[in-house]
Design a protein around this ligand. Structure first.
Ligand code: TUI
Length: 314
């Protein structure tokens, strides 16, 4: 079985995190992943603290395994969600889309392990200095908010500047990806897109179908103009937004255009107006499966690949 330092550190069976996908990663999905031996995460996204508390209750009612909450730092509710996570003493807190330094003391005092997403070596060094327990190096193959570097380039550079465990994210969908990032210096993976079609994932049927049908060039990055590039499936909304970015439209109007579009995709399955976040690996997601099966399959695939590695060395 594939194991690494992160398994002992967090008390999980397999070195696999589920992405903290906004609107998608609820208590039910997180519990299914944790029960499958990975680390399940609740995605706080732009939701208020009450929603997050409720979902923590859902996870705790379904599993006694470790789990986490992902806090999206651009959220207007980030402060109250940060407090709720500390009050609830969630085992693991991951963060995205910003610098979580100001919450560090609060979370460490509550006994939480803090694992920020970093998109640069500078941020990785800072996170080590302020007491993070590990870092997630997320390449721009991922869905949602993206940095500039690819997983292939980011993971080894992050591994070179920190002694902390590195979890690789972005572009990992099967055992080949798991094996590859372990070679780059990661000790675990974070997987988002593949869990979109997990049986326990409560997104709209249309969202799952779009992912299942996606081809190799199905995604596009929009949002550069407002400083928050986001990868999503090429849909009427993505085309409309791209056109708007290059038009005379004001930044305020552009911001307005992007408001509420994740909910429209996840809850309404609105093909015209929804923004369907997904990573570049969407094309390789071809089946609906229980979360536990996804985890087991990825780990079982990676093992013979890693064991076969000596054949490349004569
Ligand atoms: O955060 C994500 N993925 C996301 S967040 C999201 S919701 C959203 N809503 C409105 C605008 C933008 C997004 C959908 N998907 N992934 C983790 C991630 N974090 N990727 C990149 C980063 C990151 C970027 C900059 C982390 C730290 C960072 O530091 C900024 C700084 O201060 O230097």
């Amino acid at each position: 079985m594939i194991q690494s330092v992160i398994c002992q550190q967090l008390g999980i069976q397999y070195p696999l995190f589920q992405g903290g996908m906004a609107w998608v990663a609820d208590g039910q999905l997180a519990a299914a992943v944790s029960n499958g031996g990975g680390l399940g995460l609740i995605g706080a996204g732009n939701a208020p603290a009450d929603y997050v508390r409720e979902q923590i209750g859902v996870v705790r009612s379904l599993t006694d395994k470790p789990f986490g909450v992902n806090i999206m730092l651009l959220s207007p509710f980030a402060d109250e969600v940060a407090q709720a996570a500390a009050d609830e003493k969630v085992p693991v807190i991951t963060t995205g889309a910003g610098n979580p330094s100001k919450y560090m003391e609060q979370w460490k005092n509550a006994g939480c392990q803090v694992i920020p997403v970093v998109a640069s070596t500078a941020m990785a060094k800072l996170m080590q200095r302020v007491g993070a327990d590990a870092v997630i190096a997320e390449g721009c193959e991922s869905g949602g908010h993206v940095g500039e570097l690819t997983t292939m380039c980011l993971v080894p550079q992050i591994a070179d500047v920190t002694d902390l465990p590195v979890i690789a994210a972005g572009g990992i969908v099967d055992g080949r990806g798991v094996a590859a990032v372990l070679m780059l210096g990661a000790c675990a993976v974070q997987v988002g897109t593949r869990f979109l079609t997990a049986t326990e994932c409560n997104i709209h049927r249309n969202y799952k179908d779009k992912v299942l049908k996606a081809g190799d060039r199905a995604t596009v990055v929009t949002g550069h103009r407002l400083g928050h590039p986001v990868r999503s499936l090429k849909t009427p909304f993505a085309r409309k937004y791209t056109a708007a970015e290059y038009s005379q439209m004001s930044n305020e109007e552009l911001d307005e255009l992007g408001t509420g579009v994740l909910r429209l995709a996840v809850q309404e399955g609105d093909i015209e107006n929804g923004c369907f976040l997904a990573g570049q690996v969407a094309a390789m997601v071809n089946r609906e499966q229980p979360a536990a099966e996804i985890i087991r399959e990825m780990m079982e695939e990676a093992e013979p690949i890693l064991k076969g590695a000596p054949k490349w060395v004569v």
